[in-house]
Design a protein around this ligand. Structure first.
Ligand code: PLP
Length: 429
């Protein structure tokens, strides 16, 4: 029953563009009515019609410890007693900065912002300020938030809606944004040769979540690191999704790569609106007021958000075994899905690393934007609704990674696999 969600959506479209505050939530690429959620706890979401779903989105990443995780909830309750925002420095911000520098291998200094988008936009400006160059390189199908340059060949919601190149972007932004296919080192080499001495930064999702889950090929990230060092290009890891998820120190720890700058978000705020960018001291000292690159924020370093994020990060630091548990659950689900599609003779592709995974409705080995786009979207949409009807809430797009939380135990993982098997069965019947 989706009566209340239907009513809410009908009303929402009159007041909010498309009825939602972020496009992919509207179910446009899969059709149907988005569920309006009223609460969540642990592994489950509950909608306005009181239907419960196993949540495989986790608020698009932050909820690695499940919903309403008690230490985070308690930290927020305690913090709000001292008011919500001061617009002046707090010791919590220093504590948070020290914690991030301790956890993320390449980060020596960090600036807090309010979203992943703010983090990536600021990191690009900083790279330009540092190098005195204008152009950037990004990868087709990667998403770095909704900054103008990032909406050229973008992934995530932009890709799901079929508009990876948004109107409203100026020709000069287009001219300064170079794009290359993911996992193709030679393409980057060629770009750097053609635009020698013009490129300020190369920004990448070290593991892509925004065209579905796509892994870097062996040696690819190190190859990019070497090219950036050789050409004096600032190498930016966008770890908004992968940070504190693929390992405590993010993808850079997992793959042993040292970027110059790192952008963070999602988990870092424990579910509150937070982002951060950080990296080498030499570069970060260019940020105002210590240097000339201007960047600011009324609510940046907000005490409630810092408290939530810190409670989350401290828990992860204290319990590093969480990452082995998430790896195990991820591998278990991926194996189960592979077995299921094989049994049904479907030949679909499963990409997985740690607690990120995607079932691609294609027989292609998905390594980049081109191969991701071979997915059968109508089949995915049917599967999505089948899963929803069986109480499993997937991302409403083929081009999004799913995220596991520590609350998805073996029992829930088996439920997901059973629901998936029956959903896939109904596709072949
Ligand atoms: N970078 C990556 C890799 C992301 O996945 C996202 C959001 O999904 C962003 C940046 C933008 O973050 P936000 O939505 O907090 O602005």
């Amino acid at each position: 029953m989706i009566k209340k969600s239907e009513k809410a959506f009908q009303e929402a479209v009159n007041y909010i563009p498309g009825g939602v505050n972020s496009p992919v939530r509207a179910f446009k690429s899969v059709g149907g009515t988005p569920r309006f959620i009223k609460r969540a706890k642990g592994a489950y979401l509950t909608d306005e019609d009181n239907t419960k779903y196993i949540d495989l989105i986790g608020s698009w990443g932050p909820m690695i410890l499940g919903h309403a995780f008690e230490p985070v909830e308690n930290a927020v309750r305690k913090a709000i007693k001292s008011s919500f925002s001061f617009g002046a420095p707090t010791v919590k911000e220093v504590e948070m900065a020290k914690l991030i520098c301790d956890l993320v291998p390449s980060v020596e200094m960090v600036r807090m912002v309010n979203s992943g988008t703010e983090a990536t936009m600021s990191a690009i400006r900083l790279a330009r300020a540092y190098t005195g160059k204008n152009k950037i390189i990004k990868f087709e199908g990667c998403y770095h938030g909704h900054g103008d340059a990032f909406l050229i060949s973008a992934g995530s919601g932009a890709l799901s809606l079929g508009v990876p190149d948004s109107p409203g972007i100026t020709p000069s932004t287009l001219g300064d944004t170079l794009t290359a296919p993911y996992n193709d080192l030679d393409a980057v080499k060629r770009l750097l040769e053609t635009h020698k001495g013009e490129v300020a930064a190369l920004i990448i999702e070290p593991v892509v979540g925004n065209m579905g889950c796509v892994l870097p090929k062996e040696g690819y990230l190190q190859g990019l690191r070497d090219l950036c060092t050789k050409e004096g290009v600032v190498f930016i890891f966008d770890e908004v999704m992968t940070g504190f998820r693929l390992a405590l120190g993010g993808a850079q720890e997992r793959f042993g790569i040292t970027p110059d700058l790192t952008t963070m978000g999602k988990i870092i705020g424990g579910g509150m609106p937070v982002g951060a960018y950080g990296g080498k001291k030499e570069i970060m000292q260019m940020v105002a007021p210590s240097g000339p690159m201007y960047q600011a924020g009324t609510l940046s370093g907000n005490p409630i958000a810092m408290s939530a994020g810190m409670a989350m990060l401290k828990h992860l630091k204290k319990h590093p075994e969480i990452y082995a548990q998430l790896d195990e659950t991820g591998a278990f689900i991926a194996e189960g899905l592979r077995k299921s599609v094989k049994e049904l003779g479907l030949n679909y592709t499963v990409n997985q690393i740690g607690s990120m995974y995607s079932l691609f409705f294609t027989s292609e080995h998905v390594v980049d934007f081109k191969t991701a786009k071979t997915a059968d979207i109508p089949a995915f949409s049917k599967y999505f609704h089948q899963m929803l009807n069986r109480g499993v809430y997937l991302a409403p797009s083929q081009f999004e990674s799913l995220f596991l939380s520590t609350k998805i135990d073996k029992r829930i993982a088996n439920k997901i696999l059973r629901a998936s098997h029956y959903s896939l069965t109904s596709l072949v019947e």
